[in-house]
Design a protein around this ligand. Structure first.
Ligand code: SF4
Length: 307
């Protein structure tokens, strides 16, 4: 199923009239199969809106969202199957259903197995794949810890045989020690099943070790994107540098960490010119009047007049 390695394209374009909230605007990105594309930004930057649009939970007010068709291993051609893993594993699982039924629901709905016996066997396999046991199918969500519930959410997403998983802050509701376990599980599943992730986070240190490509989002737009290594090692946008300054560096434990100052401006009344100029130490006159366009710089794309 995941043998095809051709690139595919997700395009999200949303344009809104003036004075209307512009949560996401003029965004397009390409994700290679079997890789992770991460979108990072502070809360209110539009990344969760973008995630909801990609899975079809929210429609652009104007414009459109398009997926390029992919060719599957069985030869069929069509848009990728997309599923979402939500931030809050407490709210995203039906508390009245047994775990087995939660995972079996999409299998039954999409008729992915020929009978109930095969469905139950598949549910057991999925529970084991995510590190739980077959017997857990009979238990209810409240009997599990937060990390275990997120494992159940992942099993449910895998049950749909999705090509593309949109993960909206999948570890931010979990204890730090459990976060690493879930991230490691996601990396292992990606290698095993060739999964493709769109990973949404406010935390650069969380995405650091699992991203192939990365986009930094500010007030509804990408301000820098490119291969993760390049963005981490040679950040060009002042906002990316500020975000990186806020995270601990194990190789330089004594490095001074500057906290992020100021708030993300309201998307209803964005600042003129570069939206980041009220918080940018490098801002010049042009930044207050002219919006920088995303352009190619070396291996990355950058929206800054001085980058
Ligand atoms: Fe700062 Fe100007 Fe670049 Fe915006 S365009 S990030 S204000 S230097």
């Amino acid at each position: 199923r995941f043998e095809v390695s051709q690139p595919w394209l997700a395009r999200v374009v949303s344009r809104s009239p003036r004075r209307v909230l512009r949560a996401v605007e003029d965004i397009s990105f390409k994700v290679e199969r079997g890789t992770t594309f991460s979108i990072v930004g502070e809360s209110g930057c539009g990344k969760s809106t973008l995630a909801r649009m990609v899975v079809g939970l929210q429609r652009p007010t104007e414009g459109s969202l398009r997926f390029a068709d992919i060719t599957r291993a069985d030869g069929t051609i069509g848009p990728p199957r997309v599923q979402m893993i939500f931030q809050d594993p407490y709210a995203s699982l039906n508390p009245r259903w047994r775990v087995g039924d939660i995972i079996a629901e999409p299998i039954r709905e999409l008729k992915l197995r020929k009978d109930e016996g095969e469905t139950i066997a598949r549910v057991g396999d999925l529970l084991e794949i995510v590190g739980l046991s077959r017997g857990d199918a009979l238990r209810f969500p409240h009997e599990f810890s937060g990390g275990q519930r997120q494992r159940i959410s992942i099993a449910r997403a895998l049950a749909t045989e999705a090509d593309f998983l949109v993960c909206d802050e999948p570890t931010s509701a979990l204890d730090v020690s459990v976060q690493a376990q879930i991230l490691n599980l996601m990396v292992r599943l990606q290698k095993e099943f060739g999964l493709t992730y769109l990973f949404i986070s406010h935390n650069l240190s969380v995405v650091r070790h699992m991203s192939d490509h990365l986009a930094i989002m500010y007030l509804g737009r990408f301000v820098e994107s490119g291969p993760a290594e390049e963005v981490f090692n040679h950040p060009r946008h002042p906002y990316t540098r500020l975000l990186l300054d806020t995270i601990p560096d194990v190789e330089k434990p004594n490095r001074e960490r500057r906290p992020m100052s100021g708030e993300v401006p309201s998307p209803i009344a964005p600042p003129p010119g570069c939206a980041f100029h009220p918080r940018c130490a490098m801002a010049g006159d042009i930044c207050r009047s002219e919006r920088p366009i995303l352009r190619e710089v070396a291996e990355t794309q950058l929206a800054c007049h001085f980058g």
